[in-house]
Design a protein around this ligand. Structure first.
Ligand code: AMP
Length: 572
């Protein structure tokens, strides 16, 4: 397939607001693919050359992309920069300049999808001295054979800014629609994706006609994390689950550890590899007496002498690129292991909690700093309450109750796990929201140019970010300064696609940074679009910033549906 066909489809997707329509357009494109083109195409639509957990990012610098455009279009770099400034998008600048170019280079032949993808991979893999020059010549070669609309997407892709507004759920629907013209297979495809986080691999498996229900977990393919539901009290939990395991809820850093024959990798909640940051965990995992395993836990900095947990903020200091050994000594981690999803070649995700837990306890005895999470088993709400109060007294966040008969539900929020957290005002939980814009300071704050944030929840039915709060308090001066700097880098000219807002902040930003916010309650509001029906949406009353959550991505935030559930719970 020619890359120009891909680009033309991308242009249509970009101009489409309806999620279903976007999937239909992608399905048409997938239908035109040769078998071996499907996997690369899926990665390209996702805006990358490989699943993000492989850490292979394309990222050409703007300066070099400008050079490539100049070389191909015949315009000077200064002229390219001037065109870029007009629209704020280098892809459109390339498209405009190339369309003004009178003729295609004589030597150039049109780009195929396979050629474009293999150049992208080469560009991503190149590093070291002289690599930028080689990247520029590969990109120039692609631009030479490109139609103007292709140039738009070649440039955006190579800058890591494709942003078609089509997320994984819509790509999954597109795969199903390619075979059935509807979403018949979406759930089965989603399950397989949740088990390996590699949509390219799942797509290849699917179009080869293999039975996706046999798809299983494998080491070094991270599993999308199971999520917890909420209920408002111990009684409700017992009514729902009956006798269950009540585990301590640690407020630390979620880790998924993969081990096979001495090799260890640790993935974050966002499924990014962070192995090298935690030498003590890696070492302990490599010493386990097993062939292979995948397990999950919450890591906390723990002072064994004083039997005291450090705070979330202190624990988070361990997530860093430099000074790792020193920090490992000062704030050694303990990993409270709470699930076991794979053991010695066997996929454990379909086993009941009780069976997984038994294997987990057997494996993690005398394996400090890897220890099983603490728990009690009970069907008595009073016992749950006593345990809850005891844990809060120790500085923990609350409990997670677990259904003894449920499998590991990858990537989904089901009643297999139910959380109960210490409360903030009438609200039973904090919420995780994504920043979509910010305001300039007024009065005293003017010197920081930062006056607060506009933030949103995710409507997972429409795939839109809906505003729920303006947050002006809870920031230290340092935080305000660092927010201003961070957000300035991701400023965009117009409201980003996929954002639904009635408010207009001083600056829009790309939805990227997630914050945890506490509030007094959820109220109805005519200003915010979260769950809006007619003129009324939901808003957070007196929201205050608790922490920046760089372990969570925009797809992991609180959903509109959860906000409505929390609103209903609060009424009780
Ligand atoms: P929340 O982020 O508030 O929705 O709570 C769910 C998070 O609690 C999970 O993503 C884990 O990181 C964390 N967690 C802490 N302790 C446990 C536990 N014992 N079992 C499961 N998750 C836990």
């Amino acid at each position: 397939m020619l890359f120009s066909e891909v680009a033309e489809c991308f242009a249509k997707v970009e101009a489409t607001a309806s999620r279903l329509e976007m999937s239909a357009q992608a399905a048409e494109l997938l239908k035109k693919c040769e078998k071996e083109e499907v996997k690369p195409l899926i990665y390209i639509i996702e805006g990358n050359v490989a699943p993000s957990h492989e850490g292979l990012d394309i990222g050409i610098g703007e300066k070099f992309a400008i050079r490539a455009i100049s070389q191909t279009s015949g315009y000077t770099e200064k002229a390219v920069l001037a065109e870029y400034k007009k629209s704020g998008d280098l892809g459109s600048a390339a498209e405009n300049l190339l369309s003004k170019k009178s003729q295609m280079s004589l030597a150039s032949s049109p780009n195929t999808l396979s050629k474009a993808y293999s150049s992208f991979v080469k560009i991503a893999q190149m590093s070291g001295a002289g690599s930028q020059e080689s990247k520029v010549s590969l990109l120039s070669e692609l631009l030479n054979g490109a139609k103007p609309v292709e140039a738009r997407y070649l440039i955006r892709f190579c800058l890591g800014k494709l942003r078609l507004g089509i997320g994984d759920p819509s790509i999954i629907d597109a795969l199903s629609m390619m075979k059935h013209d509807d979403k018949t297979d979406s759930q089965t495809i989603l399950r397989a994706f949740n088990l390996c986080s590699d949509l390219g691999e799942v797509a290849e498996y699917y179009i080869a006609g293999k039975d996706l229900s046999h798809f299983s977990t494998q080491p070094f393919k991270p599993i999308r994390p199971a999520l917890a539901e909420r209920l408002s009290n111990a009684e409700e939990i017992m009514n729902k689950l009956g006798k269950c395991a009540v585990e301590a809820k640690y407020d630390g850093l979620r880790m998924q550890v993969h081990v096979r024959e001495g090799r260890v990798d640790i993935y974050s909640r966002k499924l990014e590899k962070m192995t090298h940051m935690f030498p003590e965990i890696t070492q302990a995992a490599s010493k386990l007496k097993i062939k292979s395993a995948i397990f999950e836990g919450e890591a906390l900095a723990y002072n064994a002498k004083e039997k005291k947990y450090y705070s979330f903020q202190q624990t988070m200091q361990r997530k860093r690129k430099y000074g790792i050994e020193g920090m490992a000594k000062e704030f050694p981690l303990r990993l409270f292991v709470f699930d076991l999803m794979y053991l010695n070649g066997k996929d454990m995700t379909l086993e009941k909690y009780s069976k997984r837990r038994k294997s987990l306890e057997k494996l993690f005895s005398k394996t400090e700093p890897l220890v099983p999470s603490e728990l009690i088993y009970t069907d008595n709400p009073k016992k749950l309450d006593i345990y809850f109060t005891d844990l809060i007294g120790q500085g923990l966040e609350g409990i997670i109750a677990k259904d003894l008969s449920q499998p590991y539900v990858a990537g989904a929020r089901k009643f297999a796990w139910i959380k109960l957290k210490k409360s903030y005002g009438a609200l039973a939980d904090t919420v995780d929201i994504v920043i979509i814009g910010y305001y300039l300071g007024k009065g005293q704050r003017q010197e920081f140019e930062f006056g607060g944030l506009l933030a949103a929840v995710l409507n997972d039915e429409t795939d839109e970010f809906e505003t729920i709060a303006k947050i002006g308090s809870g920031f230290s001066e340092d935080e305000m300064q660092s927010f201003e700097k961070m957000l300035d880098e991701i400023k965009v000219k117009d409201k980003p696609k996929g954002v639904n807002s009635k408010l207009t902040p001083d600056f829009w930003v790309k939805p990227k940074y997630v914050i945890t916010v506490a509030a007094d309650e959820i109220t109805l509001s005519p200003m915010h679009t979260a769950g809006m029906v007619g003129e009324t949406g939901y808003a957070l009353r007196f929201p205050r910033m608790m922490s920046l959550r760089d372990d969570k991505g925009p797809e992991d935030i609180t959903t509109t549906k959860e906000i409505i559930e929390m609103f209903e719970m609060q009424k009780k």
